[in-house]
Design a protein around this ligand. Structure first.
Ligand code: NDP
Ligand code: GDR
Length: 375
């Protein structure tokens, strides 16, 4: 039985990857952080009784800032594959805690690589590093001749998160070259799902749209509506993480859809999913969106209602304006064929959030409190 170790197993990608690897018959070990509340919501459906002799999912307490802990877990589990997905992954928050993000997202990667090397596992253990399109920073002059970012384009990170991840990228490549380790970077563009963290823009939007449709919230406040992202579905992307580690030769790979969309259009698509049409008026910080039609009898949103305003507190000190990936290499060499397009992604996320928010409506009716926080 193949053995995998996933850092960040409690996150969006970690949860889908754990599902995939269990389906493939792996023994899956995951590192979770100690927290004062349960933080395993996304993997609770995979829980297995530790007393079951056939247990194939095992969680270990740990942290990417703790070398001794990581070394011990790797020694105990002797993994064939390590997926280093653990990170402080929020770009805006990285401006608030830049040192921490450097430690976890940058040095954390080194700790994994060095533990594998010190334990003499460098010929056994394959390592996947969760690199990111944030490395490119969205500079127009760095695109390839077709207008996309691919594996040959230069990097120019625009946040402490991007800068920390660039260390992770290069130290992975360096260990591959210096010690002949099988260590790969997946340069993944944005990928979302119903399990996406609630403060990333797509999920913030789909949650708010569901709440507005059901009368639980009046409006949504967002930052830069002009930003453009290449959004795919996390389920498709974790399949590629696995494929990357099955390739004959360790390399770095861009995984993207090749389509880019503004935040504004994502908002439009999410509202349309529940039959609500919008009109955007004004510019910059004065831009607002109003309901022009409501074509679904389940939702009673009045025509003319203001449902979106810009709040500059969500702007970033330095922004990545546009991301658009060129996945040609992964398509040709790994057979990358995503199942979801953007419309399918928005539909999946809206269905998930409508279901969740209907539960909130029922809770309210029964006299319970519901979570009011939107950011
Ligand atoms: P999430 O934020 O959903 O998950 C991050 C995971 O890392 C969580 O399990 C979190 O634990 C864990 N974590 C955070 N800090 C530490 C730490 N100090 N030690 C150990 N674990 C820690 O991210 P995603 O699932 O979306 O992304 C997975 C990886 O891919 C990340 O590295 C991200 O930077 C990268 N990435 C993501 C993209 C995307 O669009 N989703 C695109 C490109 C790269 P807890 O649950 O306790 O918070
Ligand atoms: P990103 O994702 O920074 O691309 O990083 P996020 O969803 O946070 O932002 C995307 C774009 O939307 C704009 N935006 C807002 N963003 C948030 N979070 N909240 C808002 O209210 C808002 N309004 C507008 C942002 O300015 C930005 O331009 C994600 C993370 O998953 C990273 O870990 C990963 O590496 C990259 O994707 C690829």
């Amino acid at each position: 039985m193949k053995v995998a170790l996933i850092t960040g197993i409690t996150g969006q990608d970690g949860s889908y990857l754990a599902e995939l690897l269990l389906e493939k018959g792996y023994m899956v070990h995951g590192i979770k952080r100690r927290s004062s509340l349960f933080n395993t919501d996304r993997i609770d459906h995979l829980y297995q009784d530790p007393h079951d002799p056939n247990q194939r999912l095992k969680l270990h307490y740990g942290d990417l800032t703790d070398s001794m802990n990581l070394t011990r877990i790797i020694q105990e589990t002797q993994p064939d594959e390590i997926y280093n997905l653990g990170a402080m992954s929020h770009v805006k928050v990285s401006f608030d805690s830049p040192e921490y993000v450097g430690n976890v997202d940058g040095l954390g990667t080194l700790r994994i690589l060095e533990a594998v090397r010190l334990l003499g596992l460098e010929k056994k253990t394959r390592i996947y590093q969760a690199s990111t399109s944030e490395l490119y920073g969205g500079l127009p002059e760095n695109k390839n001749e077709r207008g996309f970012y691919d594996e040959t384009c230069p990097f120019y990170p625009r946040s402490p998160y991007g800068v920390a991840k660039i260390y992770g990228f290069w130290i992975t490549k360096n260990y591959r070259e210096a010690y002949d380790m099988y260590a790969c970077n997946g340069i993944l563009f944005n990928h979302e799902s119903p399990r996406r963290g609630e403060t990333f823009v797509t999920r913030k939007i789909t949650r708010a749209v569901a709440k507005i449709a059901l009368g639980l919230q009046d409006k949504i406040y967002l930052g830069n509506l002009e930003a453009q992202r290449d959004w795919g579905h996390a389920k498709d992307y974790v399949r590629m993480m696995w494929m990357i580690l099955q390739a004959e030769k360790a390399q770095d790979w861009v995984i993207a859809t090749g389509v880019t969309t503004t935040v504004r259009d994502f908002v439009r698509m999410a509202f349309l999913e529940v039959g609500i049409e919008l009109e955007f008026k004004g510019e910059g910080v004065d831009e607002k969106a109003y309901v022009t039609a409501c074509n679904n009898k389940d939702y009673q949103v009045e025509i003319g209602k203001e449902v979106l305003s810009v709040d500059p507190s969500y702007f970033r000190p330095t922004e990545v304006d546009l991301l658009l990936g060129d996945p040609t290499k992964a398509k040709e060499q790994l057979g990358w064929v995503p199942e979801y397009d953007l419309k399918g992604l928005v539909k999946d996320m809206m269905e998930g959030d409508i279901k969740l928010m209907k539960r909130d409506v029922d809770l309210l009716k029964a006299g319970h409190e519901i979570l009011k926080q939107v950011e």
